[in-house]
Each structure stands twice: as C-alpha cells, then as structure tokens.
Ligand binder design. Structure first.
Ligand code: COS
Length: 382
C-alpha cells in the first residue's frame, strides 16, 4: 500500500538530510578506509533503511516500488558505497523471501532483515555462470530431510557481513538450464560455508564483494525457497525488481553530478568569465540534464506500472540499460567540465567516475538488458 503524500515527503526529506549531513561529508574517508563507519550503519538502522522494501507486517517500511525508487534517487546523491551497506537487504538479498517465502520462513527472517540485525546476500553468479546465469553448477543434492550443497559463488556483494544467503543451486543435474535450479535460504553459520577475503575493485570502496564456497553444507529442505526447479525464476523476478532499484540510484548519481558541475562551472573562471557562460560547457550540461530527466521519467513510470500489477521485465531492463549508460556519460562529461580538477582526487569527481562503471555490469550487463528488451519486444510484436 502506498504511503500518504505527507508521509512520503517526510521520508524523502529525512533521507535527503541524512545524505547531505551525514554521508556526503565522509565520502572521501570511506573510500580511503574502504569501510563505512559503524555509527553510520547504526544510524541507517535507526532510519529504517535496511527495511525499506520489507512489508510492514514483518517490521519494514513496506514501501511500494515508486517510493523505493524515490528513496533510491536520494541515496544516489552520496557515494554508492553507502547504499550497498543495506542495498542487499532492500533488494536482491531479501526479495526472493518476500515474493516466494512461506509465512514461516518470512516470520523467521524478515524482521531481522528489516531491522538490519540480519545482513543478506544473493548468491547466483559463478565463475562459469555470469551472464549465463542458468548455467549454475553449484550442486544441491537431496539427502533425507536436507540438501547437501557443494560449489562456489563469485563476486557476492556483502558476503563478508551476511548472515543469510539466497543461494541458487542445481538440484537436477540432468535438466538443462534454469529448470534444474532451486533457491535456498542458507544461514552463514552452517558448517562448510566459506567466505573469501574481499576483492580489490575499481570503485565503490566501502562496499565489498567476496567468493562464497560450499563444502558439503547441509541445508534443511525447509529452507528451500519455492518449489524444486523454481530457483531460476525466483532469481529472474528478484532481478527484474533489483534492476529498477539500481536504475533509480543511477538517476540520483547523475543529478548529484549535475549539481556539482553547475556549482563548479559557475565558480571556475577562464578567459575572465565563469566557464558556465561558455556555450560548449552549456551543451554538456544540457545533454546531461536531458538524459537525467529522461531516465528519471522512465524509472518512475516503470515503478508505477509495477505497483499497478503490470509485468515490467522489458521496462525494468530498459530503465537499467538507459540509466546506467546515461550516468556513465554524465560522469564522463563531469570530468571534462571539471578539467584537470576532475582528474585529481580532491574533488571526488574521478571517484564517482569509477564508482558508476559497475552499474553497467552488475544485476545484468547492458548487453543482457538489450537481449531481454529485444526478446520481449519481439514477443509483444513491437
Ligand atoms: N521473470 C520470470 N520468469 C523468467 C524471467 C523473468 N524476468 N526471465 C526468464 N524467465 C523464465 C522463462 O520464462 C523461462 O521459463 P520456461 O522454461 O518455463 O519457459 C526460463 O525462465 C528460462 O528463461 P530463458 O530461456 O529466457 O533463459 P536464458 O538462459 O535464455 O536467458 C537471461 C536468461 C540471459 C536473460 C538471464 O540468464 C539473465 O538475466 N542473465 C543475467 C544475470 C544477471 O543479471 N546476473 C547478475 C548477477 S546477480 S547481481
């Protein structure tokens, strides 16, 4: 159910102030330390950010997709590493449980996820199953009342902090592709589950990805999410939603970069005038503004359609494709407008330029979004 407009405004305003007053001032330090301070994580819990999308009955804020995207846009105005702290709880780490969990499973885990006491991770990707995610090789073999998991997952966001994983594993080795895959809720403390050291990455320092290994991990059959063989569809529906959330964050980053560019171009003087007075600078600002507006409209319209019950696989892929490519172009123009200052670390523009690069890759590359859009368009006949 949607929030009334006053409550929605209050929530957006609270998040906006938190971003401006608490997150923006420490962005550079978070990148340098590769860690978000514990007191900031506690404040995020207090604001309910871990439970944005968890139904109210289970202790969350129960936002609809449009509201979640409006919050995503606000969060995009600070380093995307901050959003990652609770992003898996809001999105890919919890939504399989919200959409496909039994009441008993939801009651057991969702309140802890909403409060931030439980951190979640989504374990789909493997070394040989990236874009071809139906090719997962991690095996879940039935043994009495349990499944025994063996295999390895790669580049799993928040795995180091997670206490609950949604794991896609193959229950039927004979079945081709996605139909042999099932989803499981796997607590971190089960014997045989290993998490590697974090990878060193290009950007978003403060957010971490790890390999996760399963060595005869015994998972009760009770923890299976959905029916046997439904795991690939669980993953795809979780990603439909996740892609829209990521697209909203891209819009926020683009809007923030635009504000930074306008402030800098109005101050910085060359040839005796602020560079904002030059038409070639204005052209870059105009292109970035137009594209950011278009992405905002696409994201929010798709979110509203989803809230109204429509299937938005195509539109969510289009929003992710357009918004992630758009923010890459906006970041590139920002470096150009800042000139030498855009290339040195002090202004933070080069950091955002690196941070946004992953948006075109995770939760489905731009090429996968193109494939999804084309398939759906051909199916719909236009
Ligand atoms: N919602 C519900 N069901 C879906 C779906 C969706 N969005 N997308 C696919 N399915 C279903 C199909 O309907 C099909 O069901 P049937 O077998 O009953 O017909 C089944 O899943 C297999 O679908 P498909 O044939 O399209 O699978 P492919 O392997 O050809 O391709 C792509 C699927 C490439 C689109 C998918 O693997 C993908 O999105 N890859 C990228 C994964 C990703 O985003 N990884 C990022 C890591 S997670 S951070």
């Amino acid at each position: 159910m949607a929030l009334d407009l006053d409550t929605r405004e209050q929530l957006i305003d609270t998040v906006r102030r938190f971003v401006a007053e608490r997150l923006r001032p420490i962005e550079a330090k978070v990148a340098e330390d590769d860690a978000v301070p514990a007191e900031i994580i506690e404040e995020m819990k207090g604001l309910g950010l871990f439970g944005l999308s968890i139904p109210e009955d289970f202790g969350g804020l129960g936002l609809n997709m449009e509201e979640e995207c409006l919050v995503g846009i606000e969060l995009g105005r600070a380093s995307p590493a901050f959003r990652s702290v609770f992003g898996t709880n809001v999105g890919i780490g919890s939504q399989g449980l919200v959409m496909f969990g039994t009441d008993a499973q939801k009651t057991k885990w969702l309140p802890g996820i909403a409060s931030g006491e439980i951190v979640t991770s989504f374990a789909l990707t493997e070394a040989e199953a990236g874009s071809d995610s139906a090719a997962v090789q991690t095996r879940a073999a039935r043994d009495g009342d349990d499944y025994v998991l063996n295999g390895a997952k790669r580049y799993i966001t928040n795995a180091g902090k997670a206490s609950l994983f949604t794991v896609m594993a193959r229950t039927d080795p004979e079945a081709k592709g996605g139909s042999g895959v099932s989803a499981f809720l796997v607590p971190r403390d089960l014997p045989g589950l290993g998490v590697s050291k974090p990878e060193k990455k290009m950007g978003q320092q403060g957010a971490h990805i790890h390999d996760v290994t399963f060595d005869n991990v015994r998972v009760p059959a009770w923890n299976r999410l959905g029916e046997e063989g439904e795991g690939f569809k669980v993953a795809m529906q979780v990603l439909d939603r996740g892609r829209l959330h990521i697209a909203s964050v891209c819009v926020g980053v683009a809007e923030r970069l635009l504000a930074d560019c306008v402030a800098y171009a109005s101050e910085r003087k060359q040839f005796g005038q602020p560079i904002a007075s030059f038409q070639l600078i204005q052209a870059m600002i105009a292109d970035s503004k137009t594209e950011a507006l278009a992405a905002r409209a696409l994201v929010l319209e798709t979110a509203r359609q989803r809230d109204a019950g429509a299937g938005v696989t195509l539109e969510a892929a289009a929003a992710k494709l357009f918004a992630s490519e758009m923010v890459g172009r906006v970041a590139d123009r920002a470096v150009q407008i800042f000139g030498g200052a855009g290339y040195v670390a002090d202004y933070g523009i080069e950091r955002l330029y690196r941070d946004v690069r992953i948006f075109r890759i995770y939760e489905g590359t731009s090429q996968i979004q193109q494939l999804v859009i084309a398939r759906e368009t051909l199916k719909r006949g236009g």
